[in-house]
Design a protein around this ligand. Sequence first.
Ligand SMILES: Nc1ncnc2c1ncn2[C@@H]1O[C@H](COP(=O)(O)OP(=O)(O)OP(=O)(O)O)[C@@H](O)[C@H]1O
Ligand code: SF4
Ligand SMILES: [Mg+2]
Length: 330
Amino acid sequence: MSIENVAPPDLIRVDNLSKHFPITRGTLFRRETGAVKAVDRVSFSVSPGKTLGLVGESGCGKSTVGRLLVRLINASDGTIWMDGTDITNISGSDLFRRRRDLQFVFQDPMSSLNPRARVDSIIAEPLIVRGSEAAACRHRVAELLELVGLSPSHARRFPHEFSGGQRQRVGIARALATNPRFIVCDEAVSALDVSVQAQIINLLKRLQSEMGLSYLFVAHDLSVVKHISDEVAVMYLGRIVEIGDKHKVYARPAHPYTQALLSAVPRHGSVARRGAGRQVLTGELPNPINPPGGCPFHTRCPQAMPRCAIERPELVHVANGQQAACHLLE
Ligand SMILES: Nc1ncnc2c1ncn2[C@@H]1O[C@H](COP(=O)(O)OP(=O)(O)OP(=O)(O)O)[C@@H](O)[C@H]1O
Ligand code: SF4
Ligand SMILES: [Mg+2]
């Protein structure tokens, strides 16, 4: 086989990744009474320099996926590969070394940044824990502030002296300090005004093309991830129900849940899709502690059939190239 025919290896790949949080009862003698399947057998990959958008309603497991990937929490089951190496259970110095490459940008910069620390020490902290000297840190902080579109003269300010968008730039600068290769952006623009969202997304895209970064970009709705993602994954109650190339998923969503989410997305800056083909998402999201049997979406699905309450659909390849988990597609 010639070298040119070999596809570049995935930067990140997860296979059947699961995270179950135990539910406990009792105050004195705590006992386990069950588990929330926050993430349930999720598989996907992210190529170098690419973005996977991860969307779904509140509580579907998006942040848990992100926290698993950067190893802030341990998986209950499944495997996380980075550059072809299994990093699922690494710890100690192996994990410390890997963390340089795996960073996280949070939704609320004010709560994720120490309000009493000045911006230079917030950004330099990941370098200080790695033993960088003061002069090198100062130089790197100035470089990072410029990289994210802030003035190095603002290094001695406190987070509250910046606007929301500027604080998010500080969060991004901190995430970039160790020169990572993969960043989880967890609702990184969700709290910002639409115009500021666009500026931060443009910044993330520029940094990606300049530095070859890969992102997992988490958001509630499909409109936010549209402009930054190469691939999109849609989660429902801990599982991926559809995943595929962004253009294909947006043009021809295969899963009824994706269709409903897209129906709610304003098109061309106007109102959401109307009339024929529009699907309105009704009903409450089921309690993840006690999810419905069969297809977990059957309690809200406008196309549900009797078998949907009994049989759980698995992800299958659909004609359009993406994968979706729905009996209508089998
Ligand atoms: N540490 C924890 N202990 C117990 N349950 C947890 C824990 N963290 C998350 N969960 C539960 O796991 C499920 C998934 O949570 P997660 O925060 O990943 O969802 P999410 O999609 O990020 O939601 P949101 O959009 O609101 O941020 C939820 O039911 C949540 O209550
Ligand atoms: S399997 Fe049934 S309930 Fe689930 S999405 Fe498909 S049609 Fe709807
Ligand atoms: Mg979340």
